[in-house]
Design a protein around this ligand. Structure first.
Ligand code: 5AD
Ligand code: SF4
Length: 476
């Protein structure tokens, strides 16, 4: 029986409306469980960046509040949610492969509720493909309405029809949606959504919408609440954190926001991601230098070392400006680690452009770099440019960039040998259960003998031996 009175009585305000639908979806879940004869479980699989990871924590919170039980098994779960990424085409291919293999297994459990959401879904090509070729996918929504998961789940449990609800523009920022964190001792905190930079290769502004900053009092309230809940490390998240505050009523900038977060007692470490080089101010560098809490790590995407390519990418800085900025950061903040993103194979790129990229790598000596092959994204300006590179050229030049990055970052990692560093213990080592893995302020990992009860604490660890990109150490 389809119940329409629930909709008639639903509050119009958020988040009250979603809490109302959490209750009603919960009643329908109980009904379904009695038909199935077992408690219903869920599994969330996340692709992509920290933004998606944080969104997944919110959706995990909503599903748990409806009363589904989280399980590790994607193939056994009654509700399977995929939070997708579309930054490069291989992200899309990986997802379709994954979904196809789940489809086969799905035959055994036709009652399973498969949900697909996130960045890929914002592309009509993907939504159409899901509609036509994956009929076992029951609920589809994009990046702008994840807070409505409870309402969508209620609609599906109530009526049983497939739901496609993809918005082409962001709506209001909805606060106070429940979330369940992956780690009890650290958490991401969104400070802004979307991006206005329109780098010519990038699909993010199209799938995540224009840049919107969250009100600073909401951010600080969330950080204080996390601190009360035992969180020691916070990562402030945005596509371009340095432009935080544009378009909001309070006079808040990113450096000022950092100073406010610093005042919260229980928070011992503050990270942020990502910084656009064109907006990174002296004020921010000085605040980092003077802070005991802001971690010694800046992720500063370079993309290319060639001014000609940077212009074509619409990055709005030159090779020289980037190098000057990175060396200034190194000079003012001793021990800082600088990591980056580099794209190889942008349309029209030449071997001389790659020489420039390698030159920047040698000058800045990155502590780490993610190197990507350029992937044309439908609807972006670069996808319509001329001069696509052939795969042999890309392979050769990619290797050249990778070798330079690895040479430099190995040398940079080793510079801390013998030092005692403060480390946040994150987990039991994957390969050796007698060892724990912890993260230093500069984002390097160290593995050392220890008891799992130490997870979540901040300890002094001596860095005995550097093994490429991580350390083996001991507590002191
Ligand atoms: N092709 C390859 N890499 C890309 N990135 C973003 N868009 C593309 C693309 N179309 C990379 C950039 C960015 C990182 C998150 O992903 O380096 O900094
Ligand atoms: Fe994409 Fe550029 Fe925005 Fe980063 S700053 S999300 S690369 S458009």
């Amino acid at each position: 029986m389809i119940d329409t009175t629930v909709f008639d009585n639903a509050p119009l305000c958020e988040p009250e409306r979603q809490y109302y639908f959490i209750d009603h979806a919960s009643s329908l879940r109980l009904k379904k469980e009695s038909e199935l004869g077992h408690p219903m479980t869920f599994h969330v699989t996340t692709f992509g960046c920290q933004m998606n990871a944080r969104d997944s924590e919110k959706m995990t919170g909503i599903l748990s509040n409806i009363g589904f039980t989280e399980t590790d098994s994607e193939t056994e779960a009654d509700v399977v949610l995929f939070n997708t990424c579309t930054i490069r085409d291989n992200a899309n291919q990986k997802f379709y492969g994954h979904l196809g293999s789940l489809g086969g297994k799905n035959a055994k459990n036709p009652d399973r509720i498969v949900i697909v959401c996130g960045c890929m879904v914002q592309e009509s090509e993907c939504t159409n493909r899901l509609k036509e070729s994956y009929d076992f996918v029951k609920i589809v929504f994009g990046t702008h309405n994840i807070y409505k998961l409870a309402e969508l789940m209620f609609c599906y449990l109530n009526k049983g029809d497939r739901i496609f609800d993809v918005w082409d523009k962001p709506g209001e920022i909805v606060e106070d949606i429940p979330s369940i964190r992956k780690y009890p001792f650290k958490s991401g905190v969104n400070i802004m959504f979307g991006c206005n930079n329109y780098c010519t290769y990038c699909i993010v502004p199209y799938v995540r919408g224009n840049e919107r900053s969250r009100a600073s009092d909401e951010i600080l309230r969330e950080c204080a609440h996390l601190a009360q809940d035992g969180v020691k490390e916070i990562m402030l998240l945005g596509q371009n954190v340095n432009s935080y505050g544009n378009g909001i009523k309070d006079e808040m900038t990113f450096p000022k926001l950092l100073k406010e977060v610093e005042k919260i007692d229980g928070i011992k470490r503050i990270r942020f991601m990502t910084s656009h080089p064109k907006d990174l101010s002296d004020e921010l560098i000085n605040i980092m230098r003077d802070s005991d809490k802001i971690c010694r790590h800046i992720h500063l995407p370079l993309q290319s070392g060639s001014t000609r390519i940077l212009t074509a990418m619409n990055r709005r800085y030159t090779k020289e400006q980037y190098v000057d900025l990175a060396l200034k950061i190194r000079d003012r903040i001793p021990g800082v680690s600088i990591t980056t993103d580099i794209i190889v194979g942008f349309p029209g790129e030449t071997t001389e452009d790659i020489d420039d990229t390698v030159d920047v790598i040698r000058k800045v000596k990155f502590d780490g770099a993610f190197t990507f092959v350029y992937s044309p994204r439908t609807g972006t300006p670069a996808a319509k440019m001329e001069g696509f590179k052939d795969p042999d050229w890309i392979r050769r030049e990619f290797d050249r960039v990778l070798t330079a990055v690895q040479d430099e970052s190995k040398e940079m990692a080793a510079r801390f040998t013998g030092r005692i560093e403060s480390v946040l213990v994150e987990e039991v080592n994957e390969k050796d259960v007698g060892f724990l893995s912890g993260r230093m302020s500069n984002n390097l990992m160290v593995h050392f003998p220890g008891d799992p009860s130490l997870i979540g604490s901040i300890l002094d660890v001596k860095l005995n031996e550097c093994r490429g990109f991580y350390y083996i150490g001991e507590t002191v």
